[in-house]
Design a protein around this ligand. Sequence first.
Ligand code: B1M
Length: 210
Amino acid sequence: MSKIQEIAQAVEAGKSKIVGGLVEEALAEGLDPVRILNEGMISAMDAVGDKFKRSEIFVPEMLVAAKTMKKGVEVLKPRLAGNASVGLGKCLIGTVAGDMHDIGKNLVAMMIESAGFEVIDLGVDVSPDKFIAALQGNPDAKILALSALLTTTMPAMKQVIDAVNSAGLKTCKIIVGGAPITEDYAKQIGADGYSPDAASAAALAKRLAA
Ligand code: B1M
């Protein structure tokens, strides 16, 4: 079995104690950190999601897998994030109201930070009011980044955009993403941009802030 398959198995089975060591071994073997992330961890989380959908596992197992992936990402982080030397301004980021998923949001925050932004992470389950307060406290923010993983929390993105417009705070660009989000949906709710993954979110933020 390849090291990447071992990592995927560890994430899927929620073996948080061994995943860090496996990632270190994979890096020592010279494997590409992006490949370790995509093929070893994100694909394992997709498999976990599929098992959940088929009722083969339940929320606790999904949670343990998520914790395991986070441990693996911690080891990978220094190798994924570059050393940003340019100051591109502030980016506020959060997972929208009602949504507790944060692995994707954390990856996006990490890539945006390494692209050269100062990232202010508002966490998960962030209400429109909290986004507004953060923008009022950071009127120089260049990017507001919204993440959602549930079809039921997608409308909360529009609520944030509407609230930002109503409060007259639309001085930054708003970008959205997350598994159920599409380019069309982003346009429909008035976002300035959409990206499907963390690396392209960083490129998009850079482009929009220029
Ligand atoms: Co949840 N969950 N979950 N879950 N969970 C999903 C999302 C689900 C697809 C599983 C399934 O049924 N197949 C499903 C949603 C169905 C739907 O709405 N269509 C689901 C459900 C139903 C639920 C609950 C409702 C279950 C329940 O309680 N009955 C519940 C909701 C809780 C809540 O939020 N209110 C719930 C709970 C949880 C846990 C807490 C147990 C845990 C999250 C732990 C955590 O995040 N700290 C969890 C997990 C782990 C998952 C799956 C298995 C994995 C998510 C993940 O971390 N993926 C997920 C199935 C799946 O995704 N295949 C599932 C890895 C991560 C790197 O990918 O977050 O997609 P992702 O991020 C990607 C891109 O989307 C993008 O970049 C990242 C990659 O580079 N991206 C952006 C993300 N944000 C972006 C922002 C951007 C740009 C790109 O710009 C700003």
